[in-house]
Structure formats: C-alpha cells, structure tokens
Design a binder for this molecule. Structure first.
Ligand SMILES: [Zn+2]
Length: 422
C-alpha cells in the first residue's frame, strides 16, 4: 500500500548514517551522503525513471510522459547537519518520490496526458554544515550562486566541493531539466502547528536572514608564563561577542528576532597557548529586515568598543544576506484547496529557516508545505514527526503534484506545442 511503502522507505533511509540516539549524520558529499544517494539512485531506476546528476551534485529522477515538455520539480535534500535529525530534508525527498510514483500510476491509468513532466530532486548541500553557504545546489540551479565558485568552496579541512563530489562519484555532467514550478514538503522545525493542532502549514514567506563573519585577532602567548596585563586573549573577546549576539535579541519584542553564534574556530587551539585568532559566525534572522539592520548596528558598535577595551583587532564582515521572499498567492490557494479535498486543516506560516524552495521560488512559482514537529526541535537527534503526520503530508503533496503537472499553477500553453507522448 502507498502509505505503508512510504513509511518503510522513510525508516530505511533513517538508518543510513544513523547516530546513537535516533538521529543521522549525513553531511554533504561524505560517505554516508553517498550511501543515501545510492539508495535514491537505485529506487529511481527500479521504478523505471531516468536518473540525472548535474554539475553541482543535484540528483533528478525524471518521469517523462511528454517528450520535450518542461518539468514540475518536487523534492528536498537527503544531507543533514552533524548529529542532525532524520526528518529534516529526508522526509521531503521520500514524500516526493512516493507522491511522484502515485501520480505516475494515475497518469498511466488515464487516457489523457498532463502538459508537464515530473522530476523528483535531491538537492546538494542544503544544510551547509560542511560547506558554506547552505542551500547550495538549489541556489546554483536558480542562478543565485555561481557553480564554479561553489565548487571551489572548501570545508574546514581544506577539501573543496569539487573534490568531495568527485570522490563520492556525484560530480555530474548531465544537463538540468527545465523547471516550470516547484513543490516541497518539510517538517516545520518550530512548534506553531503542534501548539495550534493544525495538520499543514502553507508557507507564505521566508524570514530576512544575515550572517556576520567575525574575526578576532589577539596575540599568541603562554597561558602559564604571560602576566595577565600583557595578554591579548582573542578567545576572551570572542566569548563576550557570543554573549552580545544573544543579548541583542532582548532589545526587541519576544520572538521578533533570533540569533546565535553557531560556529567558532580558534588558533592555535592548544591548552597552553593564549588564542591568537578566533573566527565566529553569527546568524541573525527576523520577519522584519529593519530589526536585523538595527541589531547589526548595535552589535557593530558594541564589538568596536570591545576591541578598544581589549586592545585587540576585530574584523566584522557581512555575508549570506537573504531578503524576505514571498511565495505566490495562487500557489498557496492551490495547496489550501488540495488540503480541503484531503480533509486536512491548514494555516499560513512563515519560515524562519532557509529552504531549497526559497531559492526555487526566485525562478519558478513554488509551493512550500510544513508538517508538525514534536516540541519544535530540529537540527538535533531529538527531532521528531509522527508517522500519521508524515502520511497526511504525503497525501497532500500527491494532490498538489497532480495539480501542478496538470497545469493548475502555470499555464499549460508554456508547454511545447509539438510535444508527443514519450
Ligand atoms: Zn531541511
């Protein structure tokens, strides 16, 4: 049965790169990422679909009913954070595969052919844990990031995306399918749906986000022999910056802004040496860009004062600034009408996290759906969504995908005039 097959596959994929407490660790272009990719590839070819891999490691399962017609894309990502959850991304890919198979069976049983073809996609490096920036594969697809510079990006060990993809055999050369629309389903990663007892979140927009790359330059010295007054300890200043990044959120209304320092590297990282250099990455997000701008200004001022106080150099660079993106109203209506047919409750919801759909929505009309997250936790082993909620989301994604391939969101006139049944 449709739902049972999906659950079997979902729980099987959760064993790839499994961690001791029900999470997964499948960072981009690692051995475990390659194993989940091989699983995807086998599933796709077993189902009789065509597998393509592009130059940034995105994988596409093509279901071509009409030769030459553009594709509706449905998918998410199989990569994870280090010690991440088994639902983030993987749910969307597994739901997309099973929704696509269901739609394909409907099409083959029907005398009419839909105007658009269908492709399931596993985007490369959505998480950005190993290689920054995140949302890499879909952003290259959407021409937001340049492919060559992304391939040259390195992890903390100095390995490039190009070398890592080549090592696992997924530096592809296939042309990309032409997309006409996109749909993605994902866990909420917050607790709004759970709190309100609603089955589906229909995402109307993404939050404004920006990162600050902060480099603290002190002076290396002996942790035992150097007098306290003579120390220029980069780590002490960095510790104060971490607290500033947290405390700045108190300047605004509750839940208006979120921020954290998530990455820190220090040199030389020896127990007997005062740190000479610390690099931190701060992540600031809000539904209101002005709040992020104000928080950034407060931080820059306080960090400058800290540099003077500690007689140390601190360089702050803006990077990875992502504006608010709005999902199209007609796509949200389509999803809400499909949810009514499926007997599922919905509400409009904003996404604080970035998603492949946010990148795709810049080039084609996109639909983003959420299912509830238990306790709202994500990017950790405790991440959880029930089988029942996943199956409900799968039913909705199947309805939405059917509408999309039938041209309910984008005019079928865009399809090639000369298309013939493949
Ligand atoms: Zn995700």
């Amino acid at each position: 049965m449709f739902a049972a097959d999906f659950l079997t596959d979902f729980h099987l994929v959760a064993t790839i790169g499994a961690t001791p407490h029900n999470g997964v660790d499948r960072q981009a272009a690692t051995v475990d990422d390659a194993t989940s990719r091989a699983w995807f590839s086998n599933w796709v070819t077993d189902a009789g679909y065509t597998l393509k891999v592009d130059g940034i490691g995105n994988m596409f399962a093509l279901i071509e009913w009409t030769a030459g017609a553009p594709f509706v894309l449905v998918g998410s990502h199989l990569d994870s954070q280090p010690l991440g959850g088994r639902f983030d991304g993987a749910y969307g890919v597994l739901a997309a595969l099973h929704a696509a198979k269901n739609v394909d069976e409907q099409v083959r049983a029907s005398p009419t052919v839909p105007p658009f073809n269908l492709a399931v996609v596993n985007w490369f490096n959505e998480e950005g844990g190993r290689f920054a920036p995140s949302i890499m594969g879909s952003s290259v697809f959407a021409n937001i990031f340049d492919q060559e510079s992304m391939l040259d990006t390195t992890d903390l060990a100095g390995v490039s995306v190009r070398a890592a993809l080549n090592d696992i055999g997924y530096l592809g050369t296939d042309p990309r399918p032409t997309a006409v629309s996109y749909a993605e389903i994902h866990i909420e990663q917050g607790r709004i749906l759970e709190r309100e007892g609603i089955a589906i979140g229909v995402v109307d927009r993404s939050w404004y986000t920006q990162k600050l790359d902060i480099e603290v330059l002190g002076e290396q010295s002996h942790t035992g022999a150097t007098a306290m007054a003579d120390r220029h300890d980069a780590l002490v200043a960095a510790a104060k910056i971490i607290l500033l990044v947290q405390d700045v959120t108190n300047e605004f209304a509750a839940e208006a802004i979120v921020s954290s320092v998530g990455q820190l590297t220090l040199q030389p990282n020896s127990p007997i040496v005062v740190a000479r250099r610390v690099k931190l990455v701060a992540d600031l997000r809000s539904g209101d860009p002005q709040i992020v701008h104000t928080a950034r200004a407060i931080l820059l001022e306080k960090i400058a004062a800290l540099a003077v106080e500690h007689d140390i150099q601190i360089n702050v660079t803006d990077f990875d600034i992502r504006p608010i993106r709005y999902f199209p109203e007609n796509g949200m209506h389509l999803a809400e009408a499909a949810a009514v047919r499926a007997g599922l409750s919905t509400r409009r919801i904003q996404t604080m996290a970035g998603h492949d759909s946010v990148a795709m929505n810049t080039i084609v009309p996109s639909i983003m759906l959420f299912v509830p997250s238990v306790d709202g936790v994500s990017h950790c082993e405790r991440e959880f969504t029930t089988d029942a909620d996943m199956v409900a989301g799968l039913a909705l994604l199947t309805e939405v995908t059917t509408d999309l391939v039938n041209g309910a969101l984008v005019e079928p006139a865009l399809a090639s005039e000369s298309s013939t049944r493949a």
